[in-house]
Design a protein around this ligand. Structure first.
Ligand SMILES: Nc1nc2c(c(=O)[nH]1)N[C@H]1C(S)=C(S)[C@@H](COP(=O)(O)O)O[C@H]1N2
Ligand SMILES: [Mo]
Length: 300
């Protein structure tokens, strides 16, 4: 099978942070989804400075482990992530329970430096390791009638203290339109800074869709279902007025309770730096065409 992560970077076990930082520019180019072609132009991705490991792994949203930003780092160690099985079902030729080990043996893990924007108006930059979701979907054999992809997080009261409380309707679920899911910027992340992804960030495998608000990045995925109809999503179920299915980062469409025009940059110290939020989180060149002709104030 022709897996199509055609990035030119081959060293997959980068753990030395200095080496990693030296390669930052090249990785950022790849992050723009254009490989070497991106090197010739001053894309926004080139300016990204990654947040520290400490920031990325201690300021989290993972309500299965509590609603506080520091709760996941304190509590998520109880989640058993190995062995891990992902059920892929619905409109696919090869439905079944896939062992993560088997999936990983067929995927090339690469690095992508992505801007991450939470709906709460803060942001960070994360050096993910992962594979393209499209490659996994190709492996499962998407049928022609499929139009959406639904995702589900593990729901384990014994390992996840937060799901004992009805803060959300468990399990956490999310969804993408099939073309969004197949887009080369959409990845399944399995690592950060070349290390295994920590539990609080969604081990062993979580979605990353860099042009959407952070809550679309569903963590610790146990099920992926190809559907004909738009699947339900946790935050839309919790509050449809505030959270739509698309959840594209858009400085021009305010959340009903706060503006989305700017963001607080995590890790910028005492005098919290703010920056303007970019249309589609800075990835408009790559993904704006997916939404051509759609009224983004209606499909938010
Ligand atoms: N299963 C699950 N996935 C989740 C969440 C959650 O509570 N449960 N929170 C979401 C939200 S609101 C954000 S901002 C991101 C945070 O990802 P991070 O902790 O890696 O920064 O995870 C998303 N994925
Ligand atoms: Mo979020």
């Amino acid at each position: 099978m022709a897996y199509r992560w055609t990035n030119t970077l081959k060293d997959r076990d980068v753990t030395d942070e200095n080496l990693w930082l030296n390669r930052r520019q090249l990785i950022a180019g790849a992050g723009a989804g254009l490989g070497l072609a991106a090197m010739g132009r001053p894309v926004q991705a080139m300016e990204l400075e990654p947040n520290s490991w400490e920031d990325i792994t201690n300021y989290n949203n993972y309500y299965e482990f509590g609603t506080g930003k520091e709760d996941p780092a304190a509590n998520a160690h109880t989640l058993v992530t190995s062995p891990w099985t992902v059920k892929i079902d619905g409109l696919v030729d090869n439905p079944g329970d896939y062992a993560l080990e088997d999936i990983l043996s067929k995927m090339t893990i690469e690095e992508r430096l992505y801007r991450f924007r939470c709906v709460e108006a803060w942001s960070m930059v994360v050096p993910w390791n992962g594979f393209e979701l499209a490659d996994l979907l190709e492996m499962a054999g998407v049928q022609s009638t499929a139009k959406y992809v639904a995702f589900e997080t593990a729901n384990r009261p014994d390992e996840m203290p937060g799901v004992r409380y009805p803060t959300l309707d468990w399990p956490y679920v999310e969804g993408l339109r099939l073309d969004e899911a197949m887009h080369p910027l959409t990845i399944m992340a399995t690592g950060i800074y070349g290390k295994d992804i920590p539990n609080q960030n969604g081990a062993p495998m979580r979605l990353v869709v860099p042009w959407k608000y952070g809550f679309k990045s569903i963590k610790s995925i146990v099920r992926i279902t190809l559907t004909e109809d738009e699947p339900p999503t946790s935050w839309n179920k919790a509050n449809a007025r505030e959270y739509g299915f698309y959840s594209n980062v858009n400085p021009e469409v305010s959340h009903p309770r706060w503006s989305q025009a700017s963001e607080r940059v995590i890790g910028s110290g005492l005098f919290a730096k703010r920056q303007d939020t970019l249309m589609l989180n800075g990835y408009a060149d790559e993904v704006a065409s997916l939404y051509e002709g759609m009224d983004l104030t209606k499909f938010y």
